[in-house]
Ligand binder design. Structure first.
Ligand code: GAP
Length: 461
């Protein structure tokens, strides 16, 4: 397993993820996605949305606002229960999670666990609510208090009736949402794993009471398979069912899909059976009946809810870690991110073999412009070909296309009108007519290297 500092350094060096407000010394547990990071994260969100919403007949989407009525958080239980036990150090003024002291570091030197320096004076643990508090409007008084949402789920529950009725949905059906959530996390610093501002990709799947256990299992299987579909190695994924005393205040049952992150097995996504907790709570606090009329039994019921709740940032980190490989090629170290082509930030790099040959450059530019219509493609001529390949390997570009003298011809030889396509993972190459590059790429992006290779053969090793 790759060490986290290698991932952090690659992310900064190659424009995936930067510390927020870095030039001011950074903002704790907040991160900025650079040019390649935003592509990767967007691709993950797009794949999730397509697979969870658009390609199913029983799901619809929603985009609710981050700021909600403060009573939402009373009803949901977050105001009363969404808290972590914290201790403060009276000497260094640090604040640490009482249940994670072994992961924390005291700011006094040498670096030790809080409480281990002679001078440390830790308070008794106290519960601190994890919600960010703010004020709506010009007056900063109790009546104006508002919270940044700590989960996107509540935006779905409070819109249950709007969505069900406007779309005339029949059980079972789900509502999906991707959006920012905020928590005042005290973090032990595992890069983006636990941030204060992060994106969730949540599904609330409403079912008939009594069918909830079946749907819980189905969603667990579905979500586990989703990570494997986009390339995460199965041996790095596992399921962990929560013990009764670990369950969140709303959950009847929860299992985490865990990933083997560099710091050990940790939650990647949670799948919970929230039963009818949320709809009943909102019915009680809002005074609206949030029920569903079942045509078959002619009865009104409160649906049960299965919630697969994934983090876009944690997912991005897992895909980055899992894709990372260090290999030795001809005595040299090669770093490669073996992203699934759908997730790769750049799909194709077009590389002219001789940047001083105007015909090669023109052909390469034209090809790149053409490929860009369909795939995120880049043109690069700023180094030797070996270096350009390594650069693209390091950011996970699945295919490089080179245009060379043979493509355009010279005084000695006629043009063959072909370009070389190189595969990132096996580093094999094929030679393909310019006119078929688009069609070949379609097949390659679909995982068809073996077939394309059989047709076009090896050009160079
Ligand atoms: N609605 C249920 C819910 O929010 P959760 O287990 O607290 O459950 C779900 O969060 C997912 O959101 C986690 O599995 C994780 O992927 C992501 N997540 C939660 N807190 C996070 C944080 N502080 N930083 C990054 N991702 C986080």
């Amino acid at each position: 397993m790759v060490a986290m500092d290698k991932i952090v350094s690659l992310c900064k060096r190659r424009g995936f993820i930067f510390q927020s407000s870095e030039i001011y010394g950074g903002t704790g547990s907040c991160w900025d996605y650079g040019p390649l990071g935003v592509e990767l994260k967007n691709n993950i969100k797009r794949a999730w949305w397509r697979d969870s919403v658009q390609s199913r007949g029983d799901m619809v989407g929603l985009d609710a606002s981050i700021l909600m009525h403060p009573r939402v958080w009373k009803a949901s239980g977050h105001l009363d229960h969404f808290a972590d036990p914290m201790v403060d150090c009276k000497v260094c003024k640090g604040r640490f999670r009482a249940d994670k002291l072994e992961d924390a570091r005291c700011p006094q030197k040498p670096s030790k666990q809080p409480g281990q320096h002679d001078a440390c004076q830790l308070t008794e643990p106290r519960m601190f609510n994890l919600m960010f508090k703010t004020f709506m409007g010009p007056v900063e008084d109790e009546a104006a208090v508002a919270y940044l949402r700590p989960e996107t789920a509540q935006g779905i529950f409070v819109n249950f009736e709007n969505v069900q009725q406007s779309m005339r949905l029949k059980l079972p059906f789900g509502i999906a949402q991707i959006g920012e959530s905020f928590r005042t996390e005290i973090t032990p610093g595992n890069f983006t794993f636990r941030s204060r501002e992060f994106e969730q990709m949540e599904i609330e799947f409403f079912v008939m009471p009594g069918t909830d256990e079946i749907w819980y299992q189905r969603w667990l299987d579905e979500r586990f398979a989703w990570y494997a579909k986009y390339g995460i190695r199965k041996e790095n994924l596992r399921l962990r069912e929560h013990d009764k005393d670990e369950l969140a205040h709303y959950a009847k049952r929860t299992a985490d899909i865990e990933y083997l992150f560099p710091m050990g097995w940790s939650e990647l996504e949670g799948v919970a059976n929230r039963a009818d907790f949320d709809l009943k709570q909102h019915a009680q606090f809002s005074g609206k009946t949030l029920e569903y009329f079942d045509e078959e039994s002619k009865q009104k019921i409160v649906p049960f809810v299965i919630e697969p709740s994934a983090g876009a940032d944690r997912g991005t980190l897992a895909f980055l870690v899992d894709a990372y490989r260090e290999e030795e090629v001809k005595g040299e170290k090669r770093v490669v991110l073996q992203f699934h082509p759908e997730l790769a930030p750049i799909k194709i790099a077009v590389l002219p073999l001789l940047k001083k040959n105007p015909q090669i450059v023109e052909t390469a530019h034209k090809l790149c412009a053409d490929l860009r219509k369909r795939w995120h493609s880049v043109y690069d001529d700023t180094a030797s070909i070996g270096r350009l390949y390594r650069r693209q390997d390091e950011v996970g570009t699945p295919f490089c296309v080179t245009v060379d003298v043979q493509t355009v011809g010279d005084e000695q030889a006629a043009a063959d009108g072909k370009v070389t396509i190189r595969d990132r993972d096996n580093m094999q190459q094929i030679r393909v007519p310019l006119a078929s590059v688009n069609a070949v790429m379609e097949e390659l992006m679909d995982g068809g290297w073996a077939e394309v290779h059989r047709q076009h053969g090896v050009a160079r090793g």
